[in-house]
Design a protein around this ligand. Structure first.
Ligand SMILES: Nc1ncnc2c1ncn2[C@@H]1O[C@H](COP(=O)(O)OP(=O)(O)OP(=O)(O)O)[C@@H](O)[C@H]1O
Ligand SMILES: [Mg+2]
Length: 374
């Protein structure tokens, strides 16, 4: 008889210690105190793809080449950018969120301005480009940067100098650039919305982060990581884990993180059950159940050649089920449902019972009844 574990203890998170224990920010100059890395910036995963990314991070962290991070939303581009910086942290890590920088103040945000440069510029301000000097500038959503600022950024990358808004004097800034986007930059170049020369400058090394649905092996370790972060001694039940492993995660790791937080928030005990899943996963589960039911009921229609009309089924004239087209005796339906559930769950009786909507004891009884247990 196959074991029917109530719960799965998820394996520990695999994080490359050297990558993740490295310093978060070295702005403290010559201080030799150990740095701690914010748990939100730890890269977790054990799929071959993630291991490959960890190896690339380690290589990139030791040099100052530009890197371009590509991937759908929530795949961990920012986590990777910080991990690269953290390998050999030199200088600050400055994030430039290109999507939130809009309007006329964008240039001043990037390059700073001198006092009186425009109405409201009461004091001289240092921009993000200058703040990143000696460290890493992470240009998030680089595809959103307007063309005029793309030209100015290219100049900084090539000449290591720029001019604050309203100033005639140039200033120096030398930093490593890591850019990220979930757009297809190559297409943007063809459309003329992204400068080709800047694209080549950034695309020295690119890391493509796979969607979570293509590296499901990372899911248990990520869940464990997020559960550890919230504290407490939570465990995901086998049934819930099955659903979490099967879902497609359009919002990728961010969606998984939110899901874990939701489950913990609405659950009072240490076991996280199916009922604790958020609505998007409940919908997914319901969809799976109905697909499964459809497959079970519509599985093998019973073809009959006999009675065609209700009148044929009057008392005293009872035809056999085999003679009634499309009619399956309930017992046969039940037997098939159980068989399908066991095939679908590869013999896991706990999950099979759950899918069938019956208790495990009932399932065991029925297995005996239908002689499945022999
Ligand atoms: N491999 C990972 N290990 C641990 N946490 C991760 C991992 N990947 C992503 N996360 C977490 O998922 C969330 C989203 O990650 P991140 O912000 O890096 O994604 P992104 O690719 O930059 O998304 P967007 O394109 O929407 O900005 C963060 O809270 C991050 O901590
Ligand atoms: Mg991001």
């Amino acid at each position: 008889m196959s074991p029917t574990p109530e719960e799965i203890r998820v394996p520990g998170s695999l994080s490359d210690r050297r990558i993740n224990d490295a310093a978060e920010d070295s702005t403290g100059g010559g201080r030799q105190q150990p740095h701690t890395v914010d748990a939100r910036h730890i890269l977790v995963g054990q799929s071959p793809r993630t291991r490959q990314v960890l190896r690339l991070i380690e290589k990139l962290g030791k040099c100052r080449w530009p890197a371009l991070l590509l991937g759908e939303t929530g795949t961990g581009k920012e986590v990777v950018a910080r991990a690269i910086h953290n390998i050999g942290p030199v200088g600050p890590f400055v994030t430039v969120d290109c999507s939130s920088m809009v309007g006329p103040l964008m240039e001043s945000e990037l390059f700073g301005h001198v006092k009186g440069a425009f109405t409201g510029a009461a004091t001289t301000k240092i921009g993000l480009i200058e703040s990143a000097h000696g460290g890493t500038a992470f240009f998030d959503e680089i595809g959103e940067l307007p063309l005029d600022l793309q030209a100015k950024l290219l100049r900084v990358l090539q000449e290591k100098e720029f001019r604050p808004v309203g100033s005639l004097a140039t200033r120096k800034s030398d930093f490593r650039i890591i850019a990220a986007t979930n757009r297809d930059l190559h297409k943007e170049v063809d459309k003329g919305t992204f400068r080709r020369d800047l694209y080549f400058r950034l695309n020295v090394i690119n890391i493509r982060l796979s969607p979570l649905r293509e590296r499901r092996e990372d899911i248990p370790a990520l869940i464990h990581h997020f559960l550890t972060r919230v504290g407490g001694n939570y465990t995901v039940t086998a049934e819930a884990m099955e659903v979490l492993l099967g879902y497609d995660w359009p919002g990728n790791v961010r969606e998984l993180e939110n899901c874990v937080q939701h489950m913990v928030a609405i659950n009072s005990g240490p076991l996280l059950h199916l009922a604790d899943l958020p609505s998007n996963l409940q919908n997914f589960l319901n969809q799976k159940r109905s697909q499964y039911l459809m497959a079970t009921v519509g599985g093998t229609p019973v073809h009959g050649t006999g009675a065609q009309h209700p009148e044929d089924y009057q008392a005293g004239n009872t035809p056999s089920a085999q003679a009634a087209p499309g009619v399956i005796p309930l017992a046969e339906l039940e037997r098939r449902a159980i068989l399908n559930a066991l095939q679908y769950t590869k013999g896991d009786r706990a999950v099979a019972a759950h899918l069938l909507g019956i208790g495990r004891t009932t399932l065991y009884r029925k297995l005996k009844e239908y002689n499945f247990d022999e």
